[in-house]
Write a protein that binds this ligand. Structure first.
Ligand SMILES: [Zn+2]
Length: 470
């Protein structure tokens, strides 16, 4: 991948969150994969202009703000801040530009006016404006146009409240929604009367405003292909009448499943970051899990996968401690080390090459495991060890992973303080602790029973345990 114009930044537009509630881990899978792609490009020396919008006006934001008796802007500011906080905890780079829909209403009105001017849109009797799908011969990149039905729901699964009888054709979609009583004070002036923009137009208007008519890459969850991305292309290209001009590459990430099922409120498997942190899991473990599956494949999330991720990171840290010792560096020195693009990859070259091959994150993680394990055993001068650690810093930065941040879950359990614990008792104690950490309560209880039968019990602390005689 390279910028279309040498010397200019690589434009990357990603559909951002609708700020009416905390984002769930399915949303974060998409945002994290985009974060990894950006980090890989930057690690490769490519300057990236990453634009990710904030949808701060739609049916949900309006309805929820009214339910809470807040203004739309106060309400969406709260959820925007929460989203930013979650992003920081997941170690995501902030986008270069983060435009909000409300702050760009004139830009959207301008694009709608151009569409009307070019005969691609029309004003209906109630003052709403619709895009005329039949006027765009190129409509249908992500959908078979012959199967087009009424766009009764938008990509967010929300009912499309527009009255279909005011449309010329059922496939036409709203660019401007005429003011309704339930919108309250949330409306703007336009040449077609008071109202607000439809959802799709904000992305077309803001992406082309900040990145130009043609830009390198557009990202989003696969569920956004149709109608959202299809409509984005139509609006952007018909407004300038340069077909094929919009995003040159599409980067769609597959769905996240939870416990083998689709996420839904009714199944109780729609987790937010807070839900998982409250269960004792670390944000870094969540990042590890959500980036580890290939972006084009569905990823099945389970709570156990978070424990496995914490264990995997602890395993890397164990080897890294040995390399740090050889380098004469502390964990704090390593954590504070910034990546240097000019530095060699060292033994992490293979992991980097693997990552660059269609963003093969799990392959890259495998490469890191292999490299740290072999380096931990190698005789090295402090200088050699420090060079290798710089390579490790670079590959970890590309993945956005930070070591030595998970304190509780991966702390090495302190075994018995008493020196006279028989080896077999110590072994059972260790197995029980591992079962407890893995939340395998049945196995943990069974092993505790076994300890008691032999006259021992385990006094557990947050970070370990001590075996004592009963
Ligand atoms: Zn979008």
């Amino acid at each position: 991948m390279a910028p279309l114009t040498p010397g200019k930044a690589f434009g990357m537009y990603c559909c951002g969150p609708t700020v009416y509630a905390p984002a769930h881990i399915g949303n974060f899978r998409t945002f994290l994969i985009q974060d990894v792609l950006r980090r890989v490009l930057e690690s490769d020396g490519i300057e990236v202009c990453h634009v990710r919008n904030i949808t701060d006006v739609d049916d949900k934001t309006i309805r929820r703000s009214q339910e809470q008796g807040r203004t739309l802007s106060d309400f969406t500011a709260i959820w925007t801040e929460k989203f930013h906080k979650d992003c920081r905890e997941l170690n995501m780079l902030p986008p270069t530009i983060e435009p909000s829909a409300v702050a760009h209403i004139p830009l959207q009105i301008e694009m709608i006016a151009k569409l009307i001017e070019h005969g691609h849109a029309y004003v209906s009797s109630d003052g709403s404006v619709y895009f005329k799908v039949a006027s765009d011969p190129h409509y249908g990149k992500f959908v078979d146009v012959s199967t087009l039905q009424t766009q009764t729901t938008n990509s967010a699964g929300e009912a499309n409240s527009a009255d279909e009888y005011t449309r010329d054709n059922v496939a036409d979609f709203a660019l401007w929604k005429a003011r309704k009583p339930e919108d309250g004070p949330n409306f703007w002036q336009s040449p077609w009367g008071e109202g607000r923009p439809g959802w799709h137009i904000e992305c077309s208007a803001m992406s082309t405003h900040y990145l130009g008519e043609t830009f390198e890459l557009h990202g989003g969850g696969v569920d956004l292909c149709f109608p959202h991305h299809e409509n984005e292309i139509a609006q952007a290209e018909c407004s300038c009448e340069h077909y094929g001009s919009f995003a040159q590459q599409w980067f769609h990430s597959a769905h996240l499943m939870v416990d083998g099922a689709k996420m839904s409120k009714s199944l109780g498997n729609l987790y937010t970051l807070d839900d998982l942190v409250n269960k004792g899991f670390a944000p870094m473990a969540l990042r590890y899990v959500l980036i580890s599956g290939h972006y084009r494949s569905q990823l099945n999330f389970t709570l156990k996968s978070l424990d496995d991720a914490a264990s995997a990171l602890a395993k890397i840290e164990k080897s890294v401690r040995k390399i740090l010792a050889a380098a004469g560096m502390s964990e704090a020195d390593f954590v504070a080390q910034e990546p240097d693009r000019q530095a060699p990859w060292g033994d992490f070259e293979r992991a980097w090459k693997t990552l660059g091959n269609d963003l093969n994150v799990s392959g890259a993680l495998g490469g890191i495991f292999g490299a740290v394990a072999s380096l931990a055993k190698r005789e090295m001068t402090p200088e050699e060890a420090r060079t290798q650690l710089m390579g490790l810093t670079k590959i970890l930065w590309a993945l956005g992973l930070k070591l030595f941040t998970i304190k509780e879950k991966n702390s090495v359990p302190a075994t018995s303080e008493a020196a006279d614990v028989p080896a077999e008792i110590a072994a059972i104690g260790e197995q029980r602790w591992a079962a407890k950490i893995a939340k395998n309560w049945a196995e943990s209880d069974r092993l505790r029973g076994e300890l008691e039968q032999r006259g021992w019990k385990s006094l557990d602390r947050k970070d370990g345990y001590t075996l004592v005689k009963i």
